[in-house]
Ligand binder design. Structure first.
Ligand SMILES: Cc1cc2nc3c(=O)[nH]c(=O)nc-3n(C[C@H](O)[C@H](O)[C@H](O)COP(=O)(O)O)c2cc1C
Length: 284
């Protein structure tokens, strides 16, 4: 599926929604998203080489009282349809999983639907019960899907405030020029300033923003700065965040006519506190 809107606009438009209208999603929108999921599920096998799949699953009720018990502990209200990200229990590649799930989130945004990544506040057993899941698979991430209510619940507003969801770390904490001593400026990033800004605007678990990038000529080395003691057992949620960064960087670069390829070759630079993940090698 080719997005109707420019991906940079979609990245800017997307925010997490936790208060939804109870109305049904239009059939046309659902069908378009279903066919995109088919494409992404093929990409998961053929391009990413991971044992993961993405499906839509609907609950019968959107009743607020029942929401409290079903699915998301009351974090989400109104939505009854969810994007469900399933992985094999032995699949460790959270990077590619995050990359693919974010593509679906942007596709939903393109269709005028709202979403919210959920890696923690969802009740796995309720989702498992709602679908036929073989023993070797588990659910890593879900996202509600639907139309945002004009007025968010007080709980949602409070939650955003506590997380600082509207804030992002400044460039000089995230991006570096050749080594970690020298911050990378937007001027120094040149034509890649926008793709890096799109990484910065991305969602991340608890808004921890663990992405770090060192630019070295045509190489952009992506690192993970882990939050100590943070993470969900079984699924590497912060590596998943780097997958989101990878998605935003690649799609926005390509929309600007900037091409390159992803390689994995540790550059031997960076902070001892970070884990090297991957490198974008820009085409000259
Ligand atoms: C991998 C991942 C897991 C997340 N898990 C949850 C969650 O369990 N519950 C929740 O309410 N929000 C969750 N979020 C949403 C983040 O809190 C949100 O993306 C961040 O605060 C930035 O806000 P924004 O998405 O509106 O830009 C998650 C986001 C990501 C990327």
């Amino acid at each position: 599926m080719k997005f109707e809107n420019n991906v940079i606009d979609l990245i800017k438009k997307r925010t997490s929604t936790r208060t939804f209208e109870t109305k049904e999603i239009e059939l046309k929108q659902l069908q378009k998203l279903e066919s995109y999921l088919t494409e992404i599920n093929e990409d998961a096998i053929v391009l990413s080489g991971i044992k993961a799949k993405f499906v839509l699953s609907s609950f019968k009720s959107t009743n607020l009282k029942e929401d409290k018990k079903i699915g998301t502990y009351g974090v989400i209200s109104g939505a009854k349809t969810y994007i469900v990200g399933i992985v094999d229990k032995d699949e460790k590649n959270a990077l590619e999983f995050g990359y693919l799930f974010e593509k679906i989130v942007l596709a939903a945004t393109d269709l005028g639907l709202q979403t919210c990544w959920l890696g923690g506040t969802f009740k796995k057993s309720d989702f498992v019960q709602n679908m036929d899941l073989p023993d070797h698979e588990t659910i890593a991430i879900v996202s509600p899907l639907g139309y945002k209510k004009k007025k968010p619940r007080v709980m949602e507003t409070a939650m955003r405030k506590v997380i600082g969801a509207n804030k992002r770390k400044p460039w000089n904490e995230l991006y570096f020029d050749k080594n970690i001593e020298i911050p990378l400026t937007e001027k120094g990033a040149d034509e890649y300033a926008v793709p890096l800004e799109m990484v910065r605007l991305g969602p991340s678990a608890s808004n921890k923003q663990p992405w770090r990038v060192i630019k070295d000529g045509e190489y952009f080395h992506f690192f993970l700065s882990r939050t100590k003691g943070y993470g969900v057992a079984g699924f590497d949620i912060q590596l998943n965040d780097i997958g989101i960064a990878k998605c935003h960087f690649e799609l926005s670069a390509e929309s600007l006519g900037l091409y390159g390829e992803w390689i994995e070759k540790s550059p031997g630079i960076g902070s001892s506190e970070w884990t090297y993940v991957c490198t974008w090698k820009a085409e000259n």
